[in-house]
Design a binder for this molecule. Structure first.
Ligand code: NZQ
Ligand code: ZN
Length: 377
C-alpha cells in the first residue's frame, strides 16, 4: 500500500441544500450554468438554482447530451468565452458534470479541446467548477474523471485533470425523485460496477479498501431489493453510495481493473447505449472468461457480499447477473444493436485507444475481448 490521497470537493448533502449555492460561490464570479436536455426545468431544480443565483452575473447553456459530445461542449466554450465567465456550475448527472470538466479544462486553450482526450494537452489553468448533482451514478461530482464523445468519429474517451475536482458538490437526494426506473437502475448498476472494478481483482490484503468496498456493494444490493419501497432514506443512500463508489477512496493503493468500462465506453460511442447498460452486458461475461484469475476475489465476494456459500466463482457471477436482471436490464448486446461487425469495430477502437493489454493483470488482449463480446451478443 503506497499512495497519495486528497479529495478537495466540499460536499453539501441533504434536502433543500441547493439554496446554499450562494454561500459557496464568490459574488464576484461570472457564472456559466451548464445543464442537459431540460429535466431540471420540469422538476424544479432550475428554479431553485435560479433563486440561489440571485444577485450574480450568470449565464446559461443547456442541451448537453447524455454521453456528452465535444461538438456541443465546444459551443458552450465559445458562449462562455463571449460572456467572460470565470466559474462553471454543472447542474445535472454525470454527463453534464463531465461536460463541465471538459469546458473548464479547455476554456483557456487555443487548440482543439479534444486534445485533452488524446493526452496531447494538459490544462495549466481552468475555470472553477461547482456541481449540483441530479443523478446518482458516476461519482463525477467529486472525482477527476470526464468521459466525452466525439460525434464525428463515434469515439468515446476519458481524461483526468486535477482541475476537474469540483470545488463543491450539492447533493439533495430529493432531486432524484424525478428519475425514471431506467435511470435509477442505471445508477445502481454503474455504482455497483465502479466498486467491482476496484475490488474484483486479486487478493491484496488491504483491509480498509476491501471491507469498505464490500459495504458499498451490500448497500447497493439492499437498495435493489427494496426498489419497490423507495422512501427519502432510500434516495439518500443511493446518492451517497454512488458517490463513495467512485470518489477515489476504495481504490487507493490497490490493483484496479476498469476493463468492463473500457469495453463499455466503445459500445456507448458506437451505438449510444446507456453507459450502465454496457456494463451490465459486458461485466458478467468478462468475469466468466476471467473466472480463473479472479476466483479468489469472486469467492470472497460470494461470502462477504452475497452471504452465500458458493462452491465455484460461476455461482457468484450468476448472482451478479441475477441482480442486474432483477432491475429489468436487458443483458444481451443484440437487444441494442444488430450490427454484425460489432466485435471487429470494438477491438479496432480499443487498439486505436491504446488498450492492447488491460485489466488488473494486463491479461486482456484482443482475443480475450473477442471471447467476451461473443458471449455478450
Ligand atoms: O439531460 P437531462 O434532461 O438532464 O436528462 C438526463 C438524461 O437524459 C436525465 N436526468 C438527470 N437527472 C435527472 C434526469 N431526469 C429526471 N430527473 C433527474 N433528476 O437522465 C439522463 C441521463 O443523464 P446522464 O447525466 O447521462 O447520466 P449519468 O449520470 O449516468 O452519466 C453518464 C455519463 O457519465 C459517464 C458515462 O460514460 C456517461 O457519459 N461516466 C463518468 C464517470 C466519471 N466522470 O467519473 C465515470 C463513469 O464510469 C461513466 O463513464
Ligand atoms: Zn461507470
Amino acid at each position: 500500500m503506497q499512495f497519495t490521497y486528497q479529495n478537495p470537493t466540499l460536499i453539501e448533502f441533504g434536502q433543500q441544500s441547493i439554496s446554499k449555492i450562494n454561500t459557496l460561490i464568490e459574488k464576484s464570479e461570472r457564472v456559466l450554468v451548464l445543464y442537459g436536455g431540460g429535466s431540471i426545468k420540469k422538476n424544479g431544480v432550475y428554479d431553485q438554482v435560479k433563486e440561489a443565483l440571485d444577485g450574480y452575473a450568470w449565464f446559461e447553456f443547456g442541451g448537453v447530451e447524455p454521453n456528452p459530445t465535444k461538438e456541443k461542449l465546444d459551443e458552450a466554450i465559445a458562449y462562455g468565452r463571449s460572456n467572460e465567465v470565470s466559474f462553471i456550475l454543472a447542474v445535472g448527472g454525470g454527463s453534464v458534470i463531465d461536460g463541465a470538466k471538459y469546458v473548464a479544462n479547455a476554456f483557456y486553450y487555443e487548440g482543439d479541446g479534444w486534445d485533452l482526450l488524446e493526452g496531447k494537452y494538459n490544462a495549466t489553468k481552468a475555470l472553477k467548477i461547482g456541481a449540483v448533482l441530479t443523478l446518482a451514478a458516476t461519482g463525477s461530482e467529486s472525482n477527476t474523471g470526464s468521459v466525452i464523445t466525439k460525434k464525428e468519429t463515434k469515439e468515446k474517451r476519458f481524461f483526468h485533470s486535477a482541475f476537474s475536482y469540483p470545488q463543491f458538490a450539492i447533493m439533495d437526494p430529493d432531486v432524484l425523485k424525478s428519475l425514471d426506473d431506467r435511470q435509477l437502475s442505471n445508477g445502481l448498476i454503474d455504482s455497483f460496477v465502479h466498486t467491482c472494478e476496484q475490488y474484483l481483482t486479486q487478493p491484496h490484503g488491504a483491509l480498509a479498501q476491501d471491507y469498505y468496498a464490500e459495504g458499498i456493494l451490500r448497500g447497493l444490493i439492499e437498495l435493489a431489493h427494496s426498489y419497490d419501497k423507495k422512501d427519502d432514506l432510500w434516495y439518500a443512500n443511493l446518492m451517497w453510495l454512488a458517490n463513495q463508489a467512485l470518489n477515489g477512496l476504495i481504490g487507493v493503493g490497490v490493483p484496479q481493473d476498469w476493463a468492463t468500462h473500457f469495453i463499455g465506453h466503445e459500445l456507448s460511442g458506437l451505438y449510444g447505449i446507456d453507459h450502465a447498460r454496457t456494463l451490465a452486458i459486458i461485466q458478467p461475461n468478462l468475469l466468466t472468461i476471467l473466472a480463473n484469475e479472479k476466483q479468489e476475489k469472486l469467492m470472497q465476494m460470494g461470502k462477504n457480499v452475497f452471504g452465500m456459500q458458493a462452491l465455484t466463482p460461476f455461482e457468484v457471477i450468476e448472482e451478479i447477473r441475477n441482480l442486474y436482471a432483477s432491475l429489468n436490464v436487458d443483458l444481451k448486446l443484440s437487444s441494442y444493436t444488430d450490427d454484425k461487425e460489432v466485435i471487429s469495430k470494438v477491438t479496432n477502437l480499443l487498439e486505436k485507444h491504446g488498450f492492447t493489454h488491460f485489466g488488473d493483470r494486463g491479461s486482456i488482449d484482443k482475443s480475450v475481448v473477442e471471447k467476451i463480446l461473443e458471449k455478450s451478443i
